[in-house]
Design a protein around this ligand. Sequence first.
Ligand SMILES: Cc1cc2nc3c(=O)[nH]c(=O)nc-3n(C[C@H](O)[C@H](O)[C@H](O)COP(=O)(O)OP(=O)(O)OC[C@H]3O[C@@H](n4cnc5c(N)ncnc54)[C@H](O)[C@@H]3O)c2cc1C
Length: 574
Amino acid sequence: MTRRWIQSGALAGGGAALLSLGLFIIVSGSDTNRLVPGLLMYLGLAVASGAGYGWLLWAHTDRYPFAVMGVLYGLLSWVFFGLVLVPVFAGLGPRWNAVDAAGQFPLLMVYLLQGALLALALRVLEATGLLRLMATTRDTAEHPTVTRRVVILGGGFAGVTTAQELEKLLGETGDVEITLVSRTNHLLFTPMLAEVTAGGVEAQHISPPLRAFFRRVQVMRGEPAEIRIAENRVLVQSGSQNITDLTYDYLVLALGAVPNFFGNTALEQYAFTFKSLADAIHIRNHVIDCLERADSEPDPMNRRTMLTFVVVGAGFAGTELIGGLNDFVRGSLWYYKHLHNDDVTFLLVHPGEHILPELSTELARYAEKKMTDRGVTIRGNARVTDASLGRVSIGDEAISSETLIWTAGNLPNPLLKQIGCEMDNRGAVITDERLLVRGQHNIWAVGDCASIPDVVTGKKAPPTAQYALREAKTLAYNLCAVLNGREPMVFSHRSQGALAVVGHQTACAEVFGFKFSGLFAWLLWRGIYLSKLPTLEKKIRVLLDWVIDVFFPRDITYAPLIEERTEAAPAAGD
Ligand SMILES: Cc1cc2nc3c(=O)[nH]c(=O)nc-3n(C[C@H](O)[C@H](O)[C@H](O)COP(=O)(O)OP(=O)(O)OC[C@H]3O[C@@H](n4cnc5c(N)ncnc54)[C@H](O)[C@@H]3O)c2cc1C
């Protein structure tokens, strides 16, 4: 397939160059004899850069802004070829000054036209399926049938990265089929989930569709109904009736984790979970609803209950959530003429000495101070033990609140229990250091659902996106190795650090051993996570959301609901 894109790009590049130059000659009435010496070079460059452009489009799965890319290509070609390379070859030196560049303006039109035509030609080839057809005909001739199947369960960081890397490593090997099964049709970029709840970023902008990542991986939206490892089969349920029988040679478990209420059914019933896009939207709508009702509530006690928000757990998820929500609510109060800052309480409850246990005590203290200054009350060494309608119990103390958000614990996906593999006491599938599930020869596990030895620290790899991504890259390498009869490698990763936003343009960061806090750390957070957010389109959309957020107040419109549930770990005895 790669070769097809390059060849088509070269062909389209040459064609586009001839067409645009022809048009230029007709429109400008230029003397063709004068153009002939440079014509061959121009065509050669157009073919070469067209091939490069074809490859670029192939290498980037988010290929949709064809037109923009084409015009950009035209502009860059003009600067590189028109203003530098061609004049240099002609012995004139680069045309950097404004007068010379203005003299090359007609050439800019030619290059822009050429870029647009090149993009259009490739777009037509792809849209009509011709490109795929050419590739398939050739691929089928070389690799007649699928002989091996890889099934990946879970479309989070671990599953998607495994599939993506495997696709890259396998290149044009056509006899391996890869299927990714996921409950949702998007990848959720969890580090920005708190921003969705706080209304700083639109929900769809942090959740690129899974199908945008792949060329050959087949995406199946559904849930594994049964995993029969003795038969190398997974029965996948999509919709209420439809069951698909998937056989596999290699199975990857990447089903992540679920919220854990430690068997407390009251908490499970009354608390919001904070794990999925739907969770973020539910919380946001609920908070807006509390503000709306409180504004017309005459009884001050009821008003306080509506405006008391309790978040349990002070890891990254809980801390970032309460920091963002606190900013959102206090920043939106001016819409509500009967509400005042003093009516609002934000309570962060956690069992430890300090919040953000992943960071150093010094940074955690800094974060606590910043959050307290902004009106968040922090209750350390405390546990939420019970909840009912309008009431939350912290130890023996009862608090009136309509909002309890649970981020205090996760457990590996309980679905894994049905497989019958060896598990640790949390229910994570135990793997060896090559990510192969213990006691199995063709089942691998990655991410939050796996218990993976970390050869660097000698402990278990922590359940973070950073580790899930690295594990997935190693796993893809290992799968490719066993598919090609080579030795798999040992997983090892040294943590690059951690970053957390604590609200109001303030963050704490420990990166490669260096500690940062305040505005600089916040900018670092934004820069790093924006660069990690998949697909160019989503990056641009989030960037625009951030710019809009600077100039306009937070949006208090209810967000459209999506139906997607977060399951919790079953209560004890289930
Ligand atoms: C709010 C929040 C903020 C976070 N912030 C950070 C951070 O800043 N930095 C960091 O390193 N980590 C962070 N994390 C942790 C990080 O998100 C996880 O460690 C990471 O997502 C683990 O990747 P995974 O692929 O193993 O699991 P997940 O990303 O959870 O993916 C699991 C996938 O399996 C699918 N799935 C689950 N059950 C089924 C089923 N029955 N059938 C089909 N599909 C199913 C899910 O839909 C999902 O696609 C955060 C987590 C949360 C919740």
